[in-house]
Design a protein around this ligand. Structure first.
Ligand code: PXL
Length: 280
């Protein structure tokens, strides 16, 4: 006898991000992470990239109206539990996405401000960055910049020789209207990676992790998607951030190097049976 399909819905999470054909970063990283954490991923593609594990060769932004129509079609069909935003491709796309998000103010929004790849390839121009600050930060539940991204988003051109430290960057970013800022310490010059969560009252929590030796592709996408999955699963922000770091650290620990460039996190580390592999 055939059984009926389950009526239980996994939380549905929408990622709006760019394709990374390596499966290391971008929308592919988001889909793997969201699925691994028990969510159903909806994927709205903002740009295509040509890249391998060594670097990004080219970027083709998708027409902003196409991005908007992908999102609208899904949002009119399905209730979703969280948004996760990654690389957005153009200022025009930021603008149409901001307009759509304004119709869903109660759905948690995780914004990973993708400005450059881990290897330094530029993935957002100045106009796109300005549009993100003006239109998306005020709608963001949690922003997840590394120290370099926090600085670029928070630098004030009106201040001579502006040189904000991480807490000052976080203070300015919260002042733009985003509720929480998680500044990640992968690019900081510290023995451990220290990730600090801020809100308008200051530091909410700070977690230190042993720095892993490899160079990873997609760690930021994994962390931001894991936070979105946890929020969709009902965790509060502090617990969502704590658990997502733990998940990401395990995915990095289990990372592999399929090509000649960076390591890729294993978002399905828990599903592998590695027993006996050392003897093979
Ligand atoms: O890791 C940030 C990132 C996000 N999205 C896409 C990328 C990258 C880095 O290369 O290619 C599509």
């Amino acid at each position: 006898m055939a059984t009926a399909p389950s009526q239980l819905l996994p939380p549905v999470v929408m990622t709006i991000a760019a394709s990374d054909p390596t499966g290391g970063a971008g929308v592919q990283a988001d889909i793997l992470t969201l699925a691994s954490m028990g969510c159903h991923p909806l994927s709205v593609i903002t740009a295509l990239t040509i890249q391998d594990t060594g670097g990004v060769e080219d970027v083709l932004p998708i027409d902003a109206d196409w991005v908007a129509d992908q999102a609208r079609a899904l949002l009119e069909d399905m209730p979703i539990s969280a948004f996760k935003l990654g690389m957005l491709g153009s200022a025009e796309t930021v603008s149409v996405i901001a307009e759509i998000l304004a119709d869903y103010p109660d759905i948690p929004l995780v914004l990973d401000p993708v400005l450059a790849s881990g290897r330094g390839d530029a993935l957002a121009d100045d106009e796109t960055v300005s549009a993100m600050i003006e239109l998306l930060l005020p709608q963001t539940t949690i922003l997840t910049p590394n120290t370099l991204e926090a600085r670029r988003l928070a630098l004030d051109e009106e201040i001579d020789d502006d040189d904000p430290d991480a807490p000052e960057c976080a203070r300015r970013l919260v002042a733009t209207g985003c509720e929480f800022v998680l500044v990640t310490g992968t690019h900081a010059n510290t023995a451990q990676v220290i990730n600090t969560l801020y809100n308008d009252a200051g530091v909410v929590r700070s977690d230190a992790w042993d720095r892993l030796p490899g160079s990873y592709h997609g760690s930021g996408c994994t962390l931001a998607s894991a936070i979105a999955a946890n929020l969709a699963n009902g965790l509060d922000i502090a617990d969502a951030v704590r658990d997502a770091q733990d998940y990401t650290w395990q995915a990095l620990m289990a990372g592999f190097r399929p090509g000649m460039g960076q390591f890729i996190p294993d978002r399905f580390f828990w599903a592998r049976n590695n027993e006996g592999q050392e003897d093979a």
